[in-house]
Design a protein around this ligand. Structure first.
Ligand SMILES: Nc1ncnc2c1ncn2[C@@H]1O[C@H](COP(=O)(O)OP(=O)(O)OP(=O)(O)O)[C@@H](O)[C@H]1O
Length: 247
């Protein structure tokens, strides 16, 4: 079922002369894992901010469940690369901050917290302050902090790009596990073609001037690791074709 729809969306920043994105159209289902890939400055973050409701498009419309997006909502969360966790709160308090503010029942918050701490491997760290954690562990907290809200749409803006390769792979697996149990619509922005191939059921390629969606590709290699594909020529042809769309 289509959850999010963009119809010919265009956006220009208030103090900019140039259009940042133009004629962006897409339809994303609930329970789907989507990746947006494209060169730097093409408008990927701009599109996420519009979906989140932080800004409104000047052209076209963005709809969630058929209703126009007019404001920010916990139903559409973003995990940023810099995370912005609260340093004065411990891991559990950071994760439960949103539902506590929304006054969800304490037992429900506790249940969700326990299962997220388990899924993200953070049980042993639940009472630690975030400044005591490594970058990889902090990203786990950032993911859990959004998943606990059970948003219909969860967006990751280059969330893993600062992590080293090994930790990044761990995060990919954790994200897959969280998404599988949540069944929400996840949108991942990345520059990294191999991250896109591993995480994207659907890979959405942005390019052009102003930025727009050049192509949407169903990815036959979803959950396939580059390292496991070294003898698969079809994989490399597919990867090369995707790279050509981005360059
Ligand atoms: N606050 C702003 N004011 C004016 N122009 C902006 C602003 N933020 C972004 N832009 C411009 O809008 C365009 C799209 O930027 P955006 O950050 O969305 O691209 P991106 O694809 O996410 O880039 P990156 O991959 O480098 O993060 C760029 O030309 C950028 O310079």
């Amino acid at each position: 079922m289509v959850l999010l729809e963009a119809r010919n969306v265009g956006y220009k920043y208030p103090r900019s002369d140039d259009q940042s994105i133009s004629q962006v159209s897409l339809a994303l289902n609930s329970n789907s894992l989507n990746v947006i890939i494209g060169p730097s400055g093409i408008g990927k973050s701009t599109l996420l901010n519009l979906i989140a409701g932080y800004a409104m498009p000047q052209a076209g419309e963005l709809l969630m469940n058929g209703a126009r997006i007019t404001q920010a909502s916990w139903q559409r969360g973003i995990v940023f690369q810099d995370m912005a966790l609260y340093p004065w709160l411990n891991v559990s308090q950071n994760i439960t901050f949103g539902p506590r503010m929304r006054k969800l029942p304490a037992t429900q918050i506790e249940q969700r917290l326990t299962s997220l701490l388990t899924q993200t491997g953070l049980l042993d760290f639940k009472n630690k302050y975030v400044y005591e954690l490594s970058g990889g562990l902090r990203q786990r907290v950032a993911l859990a902090r959004e998943f606990i809200n059970q948003p219909a749409i969860l967006m990751l803006d280059e969330s893993f790009s600062a992590l080293d390769n090994h930790i990044r792979k761990e995060m990919h697996q954790i994200l897959l596990d969280l998404w599988t149990s949540s069944g929400n619509c996840v949108i991942v922005i990345t520059h990294d073609i191999d991250e896109a191939l591993f995480l994207g059921q659907k890979i959405i390629v942005m390019n052009g001037d102003p930025g727009t969606i050049k192509q949407t590709v169903v990815n036959p290699y979803f959950k396939s690791n580059f390292d496991d594909m070294t003898s698969n020529m079809a994989y490399f042809d597919f990867r090369r074709a995707l790279l050509a769309l981005i360059e």
